[in-house]
Ligand binder design. Structure first.
Ligand code: GDP
Ligand code: MG
Length: 200
């Protein structure tokens, strides 16, 4: 959470090229789906105001802009993230198998120690018939890593809002925790509150 503007949260969406990341963001932020969406290079950031747990939030959602093949380029956008959407395409097994690498890469760069970072997995394109990744396989991968899994479709508007808002909730609660710890630590450091070191 940005300390100056407490209620800004940075969310990043990552995953293999073509899984529907840009489409999911447009569905969530603009409530639209473009069949022939063309990727533009460079990161793009979409903003959405939401209310989560009675708290108004400004979500800044970062899209990786078609550079997924160059993971080192994408990873420069990870810094300062409050939450991460890992996306794959249920009709593309390779995109599911690459989730491990995307996740590890992200965690390594963002939080070397803490492992329970706000993260959700989205299995996109469930409107299509030619599935290669079963719901069970995806759920069990997520369960093993304690990540919430959503089956979604950017095209047919299935579960997209629910998925993003679940992540926003997790990110908000983590950010509040960090802020409260920071306040507690500051109070502990106030000289009046220091225990006396005198010995009787
Ligand atoms: P990105 O590379 O991960 O950003 O993927 P895009 O959002 O550019 O989408 C890649 C292709 O998948 C485009 O042709 C989209 O129209 C299509 N697509 C995205 N989401 C869905 C979906 O939910 N269902 C279907 N059928 N196609 C989708
Ligand atoms: Mg894209």
């Amino acid at each position: 959470m940005n300390s100056k503007k407490n209620l800004d949260l940075k969310i990043i969406i990552i995953g293999a090229a073509g899984v529907g990341k840009t489409s999911l963001l447009h569905r969530y932020v603009h409530k639209q789906f473009y069949e022939d969406y063309r990727t533009t290079l460079g990161a793009s950031v979409l903003t959405k105001m939401v209310v989560v747990d009675n708290t108004p939030l400004k979500l800044q959602i970062w899209d990786t802009g078609g550079q997924e093949r160059f993971r080192s380029v994408v990873s420069t956008f990870y810094k300062g993230s409050d939450g991460c959407v890992l996306a794959f395409d249920v009709t593309d097994m390779d995109s599911f198998e690459s989730l491990d690498d995307w996740r590890e890469d992200f965690l390594q760069r963002v939080i070397p120690v803490e492992q329970d970072f706000p993260m959700v997995v989205l299995g996109n394109k469930i409107d299509l018939r030619n599935r290669q990744v079963s719901k069970e396989a995806a759920s069990s991968w997520c369960k093993a890593k304690d990540i919430t899994y959503f089956e979604v479709s950017a095209k047919n508007d299935i579960n997209v809002v629910h998925a993003f808002e679940t992540l926003a909730k997790q990110a908000l609660s983590r950010s509040k925790g960090i802020y409260e710890n920071y306040l507690t630590d500051s109070i502990k450091l106030t000289p009046e509150d220091q225990p006396s070191t005198k010995c009787c």
